[in-house]
Design a protein around this ligand. Sequence first.
Ligand SMILES: [Zn+2]
Length: 91
Amino acid sequence: MLSYKLEQRGGRLIKVDPINTSRTCPRCGLVSAENRKTQATFACIGCGYRSNADEVGAINVLRAGRARLACAMSGAVRPLSAGTRRDRLQH
Ligand SMILES: [Zn+2]
């Protein structure tokens, strides 16, 4: 549904692996469960960066999506959907 709505408006859905997106510091890149002191607050134990935890998650998801798009455009990796389709054909 989301993909369909985006295509209607000229957008594009990019699926990203959400693993560690809430634990990764957007400033220094440190990945640690300790960066999430509370549900609402992100506080990096490496560099001291502090922000709203949802905002940090959104930054990391956006970066992952942009990286995925850049790799797909350069041919470095296949888009997620390409692998899925090939798997279906093999079975
Ligand atoms: Zn940091």
